[in-house]
Design a protein around this ligand. Structure first.
Ligand SMILES: *Cc1c(COP(=O)(O)O)cnc(C)c1O
Length: 291
């Protein structure tokens, strides 16, 4: 249902800082110009499910800068669904829309702004009933797009080639993507998730997701908490400089919220010699760039 514009591919990153290891990147970001990277994989089976069950409308949640809102609006538009975005922050209703929200509206998404308290209760049946009365029936995609079908899609990031690497590294927001990858690796390699949010809850969160997917027997994974740079969407000049240098050296675009932090973390791990000599490391470019 969602078109794949280009097949993701693996390329090597050659850099003098990578003395004893070999580093590669899987370019999931090329899969679609608007529904990029892991969001494409996470939405794919959800759209099929919604269609199969006869839904005409998708509904999801997010903050004002959410990649997930952006991707869902574009995916809904392409696949012929109506879409509704429940947006955190009542005060945004009367402001000029930022580029993410303007894009969503241009794709036909209806936005419903709710205050932070209502937003916290967004999955309560009472809240959802009210929304249904207002907008009609909808297929619900959770915040960040993470559910079982998202894991099934994310698992497809792993193919035969991916399974051969010693390390798989990816950025972690809600944990859906890494959980899909862990499941699909079936105990092979080591999977390192670089948390982009502050707090150590993601370890439990990923474990829960694996359990819901029936694949919580694997222990070859770890969440790294040291590279969130102060929390979600926080940056430092140092991080921005790393991204700038990386882009100039390798002609691979990065953004500072997810992939920039993950690659910074991987290069820092190399510097600290945390990977054994000769390791073959695959990073996942989960996309997130705006076109
Ligand atoms: C949303 C997003 C992630 C986080 O994925 P989760 O499945 O929520 O962990 C990682 N990278 C990019 C570029 C994203 O947009």
């Amino acid at each position: 249902m969602l078109k794949q514009h280009q097949e993701p591919y693996i390329q090597e990153i050659k850099n003098p800082d990578l003395r004893d290891v070999r580093l590669f990147i899987k370019r999931e970001d090329v899969i679609h110009p608007l529904v990029s990277g892991n969001k494409w994989q996470k939405l794919k089976y959800n759209l099929e499910e919604a269609k199969g069950r006869g839904y005409k409308t998708l509904l999801t949640f997010g903050g004002a800068y959410s990649n997930h809102i952006y991707a869902t609006a574009a995916a809904a538009h392409e696949a012929g669904f109506q879409s509704i975005g429940i947006i955190r922050g009542e005060e945004l209703r009367d402001k000029t829309l930022n580029s993410t929200l303007q894009f969503a509206v241009d794709q036909g998404m209806r936005l419903e702004f709710v205050d932070r308290q209502a937003y916290r209760q967004k999955t309560d049946p009472e809240f959802l009933n009210r929304i249904e009365q207002k907008f009609g029936s909808f297929y619900l995609i959770p915040e960040g797009g993470t559910n079982k079908l998202a894991l099934k899609g994310a698992a497809e990031i792993v193919n035969k080639e991916v399974k051969k690497f010693d390390y798989i590294c990816c950025a972690v927001g809600t944990g859906g993507t890494i959980a899909g990858i862990i499941s699909a690796m079936q105990g092979k390699g080591q999977i390192l998730g670089f948390a982009v949010l502050k707090g150590s809850f993601l370890q439990d969160e990923v474990q829960k997701l694996l359990k819901s997917y029936g694949t919580d027997q694997y222990t070859n994974w770890q969440i790294i908490d040291d590279y969130h740079f102060g929390g979600y969407a926080k940056t430092t000049p140092h991080l921005l400089q790393f991204i700038d240098l990386f882009q100039k050296a390798h002609h691979i675009p990065l953004e500072p919220i997810y992939t920039g932090k993950m690659l910074y973390g991987v290069f820092n791990f190399v510097k600290k010699q945390k990977f054994p000599r000769g390791s073959r490391i695959l990073t996942i470019h989960t996309g997130g760039l705006r076109h």
